[in-house]
Design a protein around this ligand. Sequence first.
Ligand code: GLC
Length: 576
Amino acid sequence: MALKIALSLLLGALTLAARPSQKPLPEAERTRWFRDAKFGLFIHWGPYAVIGRHEWARHRFQVPQAEYDKFARAFNPVNFNADAWAGLAREAGVRYVVITSKHHDGFSIYRSKVSDYDMEITPYAGDPFRLLADACRRQGLRFGFYHSIMDWHHPDYVPKRAWEVADPKGGNLPRFIDFMKEQLRELLTGYGDIAVVWFDGEWEHSIEEMRSDEVYDFIRKLQPNTLINDRLYKRAPGNRADFGTPEQFVPATGMQDPSGKPILWESCVTINTDSWGYNKYETEFKTERDLIRMLIEVVSKGGNLLLNVGPAPDGRIQSEFQTRLRAMGRWLKVNGEAIYETSASPFARLPFFGRATAKGSNLYLHVFQWPAGGVLRVPGLDNQALSARLLGQPAAKLPVRREGADVLISLPAAPPDEIASVVTLTLDGPPMVRPYVIRPDAQGMLRFGAESCEIETRFEQRAKKENFLGHVFVTRWIRPDDIPTWSFAVPAAGRYRVEITYGAAGASKGTGFTIAAGAAQASGAVDNTQGDWVFKTFPVGEIQLAAGEQTLQVKSAARAGVNAMNLERVTLTPVK
Ligand code: GLC
């Protein structure tokens, strides 16, 4: 080992000197590709795939090191075809790939000169990391790696797993960080341009212990343009990292630095329930509809989506992942113009079920539910609207008219894509919008439809909006922390009758809810509508509203695992 390290230090110094590493780009340009790419593929792969039960299997099953090593030695991806993986990534429409160089188990899926716990101990002769790096470049994809700081194998790493080591002392963290740097050197000097270094497993140490600044500068010296994620800095606000990493959820309003300025971020999400590594017996996968809409939502909030696959130990990517990735690619082939190189939606909320993105003078309206009456309302636009078209149907111009500050677009009878159809609205310049606020209609009534709420949440697997047969509703509402929220304004104080419309059956009955409008509140309990998709309207009392702009929220006392209700809308009707 010591000899290996000395040798590698020498080699490292040589490669560093010999390698005509990246020309440093000006700071503002360094992140441009990431800003434009929007969609990446995450790959978790290593000996845990042999077990086929989550990448934390060694910890969760408390597998002793010697036992686990048997799985590591059995890791033999005979069916691994790097070109097939990169081809699939390309077909999916991702622009970059991030693969685990080393996960928490400490095993390196490349040929490391400073570690004996790598491909060397497997029957497989190649270096999967190198093969994939090369294949990605052939496909025009950027390539980066995930690297775990926590290491359950390295003798110097502390803390040890308490369930495994009786006296969890020993180890030498400073020496471990030296080792980590040598692995980073190998990865950053031996495999061409590295787009991203994606740290994880940071929670056992402070920024000082991890020597984050030193590691950061070290990486930048080897590859000045590489992007570094925020876990090296424990996701601390205002850190030096290039982007934030929300895990398994989409932040309701994107991400901002402590001063409120938007920052780059990337939601990483599994296609299956929650296993990043291969899970042989998984039966639940997000639908292509959920995945496409999630990509759109992420992009409309200024982020990237890093969608994960955990390949099987033999090197194959299971068909459930392949079909979904290909479906996303097909959608992107038609609608990619509204995703790549766009910026976040200029609207915080919209009156229809869908999302918006923007590029130059184009506003892209991603419509998930064709609005009743076939008219799409684009609220509060201070531009001139020049023309509207559906992506994929460039010849057909859609009629556009104005109603006050709003632009109304007449849509054809049926949506070209049931998941999301994109209308390009071309303006006379970059969009200038007024915040969308719900106002009383001609009868003084206020309507809060599920389509126009934003769901605030702090959790993974949050409540989501769905639509079927003309209904748009909030569903999978299993946590009280998920709070549908609207903005509205009333010109004068007044009394209102509150009504709520939902579908609910079975266990939902009795779930308490509160409708909070400004300072007023009305509460009720969910009734049984005899079907989740049988929508019925119930009175919830009366409230007194103050004049002015305010928010309306529906809070539920959802119990874990039970959908509170399928919420379609709340209405406030003036009491005469
Ligand atoms: C979590 C998991 C880890 C996975 C990572 C991806 O930190 O513990 O296994 O690699 O999420 O973001």
